[in-house]
Design a binder for this molecule. Structure first.
Ligand code: ZN
Ligand code: ZN
Ligand code: FE
Length: 762
């Protein structure tokens, strides 16, 4: 007989770990105890087959668990009489919080089984599935510490909850129709009253089937739903959403339904059906019946599979006795206004979303932490939120507790503790008050969940960033990290890099150390600092911020510079006089050389904006990066060559000029060359320029081999692949994001990494 004390670290709480241990120990006739501890789970176990127990724990943990470390220590036997689950220990160090998990197959089967007591119950869940982060008020993860505390379990549910052999043993959100949350339906468009029935789900489904739009409370917030194949419904929603062209997310009942609309690689299929259930961006099929208005000028559609029981019921609730799903495809877009955070309370939804929808499907399980859907495109995170947050990023060694407040667009923040960095969910654009409140709400929550009390803050250098100004009001020391340095550091953090590396950061806007706007940057970056080695040639932004929303302004200024006295002729040939009033074009030409009205920017995003306008694709960005996305959507694989460019080395930093490319491109447009060809040649040019600059920089700077890539422009996967390939073929080791988006959502991790490593080095 042997007694061993086993300490397990990792994601082992709130994932059914203790009952799993209980059942395994009982099956092997072992005695002892298991409890949640501050560092994970502690098992005190004795008997004959302890080694087998450890082996099986390692090889087949419960589905949602992730074991990082198992530490064992042999102790003198004490002759336990049975095996028991002890109460949680409080206090101590880092404890993992599980992200929200999609409904499991067992629960789905039960929900669709007429004899089951949870038949068609929209809040069915078990230890292996259901809400977690979004309902957790505090740790330890026990029912009174979740928003389920207001529901008293009935005797049947309690029996399951208390039985270690039951799949619902200690399933904190456990519920059934007689004791748990329920749905309510609220019609706001009186014209549709005739569709109303007693049954909230049936009313919802009928309303959507007849072209209505319904706000549906979900797991992490509200969705706005309508029938994606009903062009009129989709177009009405577009108009109500104030004509922004931002793509709507789609939900299809199963993988085969998705395949009807888009091309699906096996890796995407795996992601779509994983229990994280992100939105996956997929290439539209040639004759795809989804209306263009779902994602205008975009070759990708964002699909997800149902991830809550309620989602499945929207598709499979028996309404008219037909055996087919109720819908082939639904729009399930975030329930928010413009760039504000997703709405999560019934009352807020009623007040704010009423102008957008005809009805509401509410439920009464409170969402504590709102968390938007995650978005992934060909393996690259576009938005990291539900299903992934708050899983920490592991850092190499332990370090001090810091807070990094990120950037103002696509904001996230990062908290560090021990060897973990907890990156918040997507917060949003800090320009509005609601987002700032959301930032504070999530920050307070994550600080208390992980018991982190940061004594240092890292912020962006930009003097007018709300995030920086917020940081300066906290009364703790603030360290400023330049935007593109932070981009580079985020990749370094994800790969555990601490030495100096090359960085290519291509994004839209970041405040430079010289006060100008940067964004097409070649850096040498390390923990201690960075050097700007080269950058894209500056473009003028006539009207400043306005030029980011209206790329045609940049185009007019560039054409003005390129063709001087001939520029009117070119502007007219390119169609600008057909698209804009002459007086407006004239005034842009006038201000485009005035530094005060037309600040300069090396942002790579602006170059893509400019080209999208010149080719006539997009003149106005109704949402961020609309123009570059439209341009990327035109890329075809048939073209391999590019245009000319030059590297200006007369001063340091070097400048990369695309003048030649623009000339050739404009000639192409005027010759009537296909946009697909022009777009592809343009992409190839940028990739080629990046690779050549890097090769020459390597010669100049004495042979560094590692290059990190970051910045929102790398959401463009054609460009990403081409640059990766080009750099690798030139002998570089290329590093890119694995767990975070390349856009500004990664900034906080980079800031935190630099600050923490610097403090570590003191
Ligand atoms: Zn389940
Ligand atoms: Zn019950
Ligand atoms: Fe950026």
């Amino acid at each position: 007989m042997k007694r061993v004390l086993i300490r397990i670290r990792g994601r082992v709480q709130g994932v059914g770990f203790r009952p799993h241990v209980f059942n395994l120990a009982t099956a092997l006739s072992l005695k002892g105890t298991v409890k949640n501890s501050s560092k994970g789970v502690t098992i005190d176990i004795e008997g004959e087959r302890v080694d087998e127990f450890i082996k099986r724990l390692r090889t087949s943990p419960p589905p949602l668990a992730e074991i990082e470390e198992i530490h064992t220590e042999e102790l003198p036997p004490v002759n336990y009489s049975d095996f028991s689950i002890l109460h949680s220990e409080e206090e101590g160090s880092f404890t993992h919080v599980s992200p929200d998990v999609s409904i499991c197959d067992d629960c789905l089967k039960e929900m669709l089984e007429p004899s089951d007591r949870r038949y068609l119950y929209p809040f069915i869940n078990c230890t292996n599935c259901g809400p977690r982060y979004s309902i957790t008020l505090k740790l330890p993860y026990d029912r009174p510490n979740t928003t389920m505390k207001v529901f008293q379990m009935c005797s049947d549910c309690l029996r399951e909850y208390q039985d270690p052999r039951d799949r619902r043993f200690h399933a904190q959100p456990n519920a059934c129709p007689s004791c748990g949350p329920s749905l309510t339906f609220r019609l706001t468009n009186r014209e549709l009253e005739h569709l109303l029935t007693e049954d909230p789900l049936e009313s919802t489904i009928r309303l959507i089937q007849t072209g209505g739009v319904v706000a549906i409370k979900g797991l992490g917030g509200f969705h706005i739903a309508c029938d994606a194949l009903n062009t009129r419904a989709v177009e009405r929603l577009r108009v109500r959403k104030r004509k922004s062209n931002k793509p709507f997310a789609l939900m299809a009942p199963e993988i085969d339904a998705v395949k009807r609309f888009v091309h699906l690689e096996s890796e995407d299929e795996r992601l779509l059906s994983s229990n994280k259930r992100p939105i996956v961006l997929l290439r539209k099929k040639e004759r795809c019946p989804i209306p263009e208005a779902v994602a205008p000028k975009n070759s990708y559609l964002g699909f997800m599979l149902p991830y809550t029981p309620l989602h499945y019921l929207l598709f499979y609730y028996p309404v008219s006795g037909v055996a087919q799903p109720n819908f082939q495809c639904l729009i399930m877009t975030s329930g928010n206004l413009r760039e504000e955070p997703i709405i999560h309370r019934n009352q807020d939804a009623l007040e704010r979303l009423s102008p957008l929808v005809d009805a509401f499907l509410f439920h009464d399980r409170e969402i504590f932490m709102r968390v938007d859907d995650s978005v992934i495109k060909e393996g690259v995170f576009i938005r990291r939120a539900r299903g992934y947050v708050p899983e920490p990023v592991m850092l190499d060694d332990e370090g001090p507790e810091v807070l990094a407040v990120g950037a103002d667009l696509k904001n996230t923040f990062t908290l560090t503790r021990e060897h973990y960095a907890v990156v918040s969910q997507h917060i949003g654009d800090m320009e509005n008050f609601e987002t700032l409140c959301f930032f504070e709400e999530v920050l307070e929550n994550l600080k208390s969940l992980y018991r982190i009390n940061p004594m240092h803050i890292a912020a962006d250098l930009h003097p007018s960033y709300m995030s920086r100004q917020w940081a300066e009001r906290q009364g703790i020391p603030v360290t400023y990290i330049q935007h593109h340095h932070a981009h580079a550091a985020a990749v370094m953090a994800e790969h555990g890099i601490k030495e100096q590396v090359f960085a290519v950061v291509l994004d839209g806007t970041g405040y430079g150390t010289d006060g100008t706007v940067w964004g097409g940057e070649f850096l040498m970056a390390g923990i201690d600092g960075f050097k700007r080695l080269a950058h894209f040639e500056y473009l003028r932004l006539p009207g400043g911020e306005m030029a980011i929303k209206e790329p045609w302004r940049i185009a007019v200024s560039v054409i003005n510079d390129l063709y001087g006295g001939q520029s009117q002729r070119y502007l007219s040939a390119l169609g600008y006089y057909d698209r804009f009033p002459p007086a407006q074009i004239e005034s842009i030409r006038k201000i485009s050389r005035l530094t005060h009205f037309s600040p300069k920017s090396s942002g790579a995003g602006r170059l893509f904006d400019l080209v999208a306008s010149i080719t006539g694709l997009v003149d106005l960005n109704t949402y961020e990066a609309e123009a570059p996305i439209a341009l990327e959507s035109m890329v075809c694989d048939a073209v391999d060559e590019g245009y000319g460019f030059s590297i200006l080395t007369d001063s340091i930093p070097w400048r990369v000029s695309f003048k030649k490319a623009l000339n050739q491109m404009i000639d192409g447009v005027l010759r009537g060359e296909a946009v697909e060809i022009i777009s592809t040649r343009f992409h190839n040019t940028v990739a080629e320029a990046v690779c050549e600059v890097m090769e020459r920089l390597r010669d100049r700077e004495g042979g560094l081999a590692k290059v990190v890539l970051s910045g929102g422009v790398f959401q463009n996967v054609y460009l990403l692949r081409r640059i990766k390939k080009g750099l690798k073929s030139r002998g570089f080791q290329v590093y890119f994001h694995k767990r975070l988006p390349p856009n500004d959502a990664c900034i906080s991790l980079g800031q935190a990494y630099i600050l923490r490593e610097r403090l570590n080095g003191l």
